[in-house]
Design a protein around this ligand. Structure first.
Ligand SMILES: C[S@@+](CC[C@H](N)C(=O)[O-])C[C@H]1O[C@@H](n2cnc3c(N)ncnc32)[C@H](O)[C@@H]1O
Length: 238
């Protein structure tokens, strides 16, 4: 079995190789902007913002997002590309943010799948704790049903269908990545109201890739009530 590698190392290498540089945003960005407009939300947190293929269209669509990423290279590239956003980028993970700070809008696109099932669930729950009462969380994550490619080993398989692989080839070699089942996400978001109900989004790979990869996309609203944590405006400099 390949030795595990840290996600930050893998992604730093990928961004240095030019990952996402000329890629258009995912279509889910339009759903996020529509949901934010309906709520009148302008302030948000984007977990795993990468080098900006989705963050920038969201910002240009009217959202003031704090971009967070564990890849120093991603943050550097994004700040170089858009110096006007540099002060709103942060190198780190959710634990690096001030405790109890919440946002009306929290976004995670292809980020919560890093690690095994337990790590992936802990990331989802940590992001959920950053959503203000009545706020929304927008999620796009790996789905079961994906033709996993390239070479990998299945290191974990749960009765609800969710599984984890460790890649043995390709850019993510040595990285554990989780694939969520519908039931798994339903349970993680139990008690949250669907704003955009969970749907699968399939993409055919272009050669030399084979098969398709599927992502779940959904927007959920956190139930109103509960404790009132500090708002992002109070706790983070702007
Ligand atoms: C598949 S890329 C997606 C980037 C961006 N969301 C996009 O769609 O262009 C995953 C990103 O999540 C970041 N990441 C992985 N785990 C993270 C964590 N725990 N906290 C913050 N960022 C993380 C990686 O460094 C990488 O930039």
């Amino acid at each position: 079995m390949s030795a595990p590698r840290s996600a930050a190392d893998v992604w730093n290498d990928e961004y240095r190789r030019g990952r996402y540089q000329d890629e258009p945003p995912v279509a889910f960005v339009a759903d996020i902007l529509a949901a934010a407009r309906r709520d009148g939300a302008t302030d948000g947190l984007y977990v795993g913002c990468g080098n900006g293929r989705n963050l920038l269209p969201l910002v240009d669509g009217g959202l003031d997002l704090l971009g967070l990423d564990i890849s120093a290279e991603a943050v550097r590239q994004l700040a170089d590309r858009r110096p006007d956003r540099a002060a709103r980028l942060r190198h780190g993970d959710l634990d690096s943010l001030p405790a109890r700070t919440v946002w009306p809008l929290v976004i995670g696109i292809q980020v919560f799948q890093h690690g095994d099932r337990d790590q992936a669930h802990r990331q989802v729950r940590a992001a959920q704790r950053r959503v203000a009462s009545g706020g929304v969380m927008c999620v796009r994550v790996n789905a079961v049903g994906t033709d996993v490619w390239p070479a990998h080993e299945v290191v974990e398989q749960a009765p609800d269908g969710g599984f984890t692989v460790r890649y043995t080839a390709g850019p993510k070699r040595g990285l554990d990545i989780h694939f969520f089942s519908r039931g798994e996400l339903d349970r993680l978001f139990e008690g949250w109201a669907p704003v955009l109900p969970l749907r699968p989004h399939r993409t055919e790979r272009t050669p030399p890739g084979t098969g398709q990869w599927t992502q779940w996309e959904a927007i959920w609203r956190r139930p109103a009530g509960g404790p009132g944590p500090a708002s992002a405006t109070d706790a983070l400099s702007r």
